[in-house]
Design a protein around this ligand. Sequence first.
Ligand code: GDP
Ligand code: MG
Length: 394
Amino acid sequence: LNYCTEAEKKHVNVGTIGHVDHGKTTLTAAITKVLEKNGLAKYVSYDQIDKAPEEKARGITINAAHIGYSTSKRSYAHTDCPGHADFIKNMISGVSQMDGAILVVAADDGQMPQTREHLLLAKQVGIEKVVVYINKADLVDQEVLELVELEIRELLDDFGFDGSNSPVICGSAIKALKGESPDLGEKSVLQLLDTLDKYIPDPKRDLTSPFMVPIDNAFTVPGRGTVVVGTISRGSLKKNGEAELLGFDLDIKMTLSDIQVFKKSVPQAVAGENVGILLRSIRLKDIRRGMLLCAPNSQKLSNRFKASIYFLATNEGGRTKPITGKYCQQLFSRTWNAPCRIDLDANTNMLMPGDHGSVYLTLMWKMAMVQGQQFTVRENNITVATGLITETLD
Ligand code: GDP
Ligand code: MG
């Protein structure tokens, strides 16, 4: 047996997604119940999870329960949102980023609208691995289970997940919670946990993709040149390597003359490190906080994007009136902000406070934004919407 000590265990974030009443909260409670026997979790009852405290994040109120438990290999933080609206807000605002998701589908219902909507958002925020738990297996016979499994695999493919290789587990969360029918109950939960350990990879810093450094700061070192400062968000940079600085309509090609970490010159720096980079031939006046330093030709500069957006409800501090398109405000992302026009999707007439939908953004300047990048929209410094980029348009 390959047991780790608690300190050695990798930490992984997961969460339950799926249509209302399909059994997400029951399953979450059942996981803690089953693991408690081995001392790997403290049992958290259904009522405790559903009474999740309200989270205040960026002015948005989200009800979410964060439950901690361990397997022999890992420690998990598990998010369960009580309502559909909470789930949407959680995903769009990025409050609890998941490394993988547990899709709960009730066998007697099959896929439903919120099953699809949650999968779409999971894809948009960059979740790659989905483990399916077909719940309520106590209510249907084997044939129905097989049909639901087929249907869900197709659905996963439709949303860009790996339908044929995604693990599918059938069981009954309520039986596991009550300690009844061990095969449908407890065993299915243990199988689910084992699958999470195996199918969801350890969260890793991405060291191999083309590098990106959002610029936090820039200054001049007399006699040497301009230095930009930021944290490498992915990839690795090499001294004397080529790079591009993008943003505010500018696209500047350059060489990384020197790289410093903790004020010492280094030949190379990797994702997660905070670096100072000397750009010998660049003038300070061309550099602005919020530009993106990246590998040559790896990112597109554009001022038009497609996005998923959530407008805060009035009682969350949001607007009092709907938007109907041609809505102009300041957009904030990472360390920059820019005037932006928001237009609605052709088949949407308006978005009310509390609504979410798909929109088109037109920025005052061309910027480099990546898929899944989060932003907020503020009116007079009050956050009225939160969103995420789904596509860069030409
Ligand atoms: P959520 O909205 O997805 O969190 O769903 P809940 O966990 O609140 O469950 C919705 C309803 O389904 C509750 O009445 C549960 O008792 C019931 N339920 C959950 N799991 C099972 C199951 O395995 N079998 C049956 N028959 N009912 C279940
Ligand atoms: Mg629930």
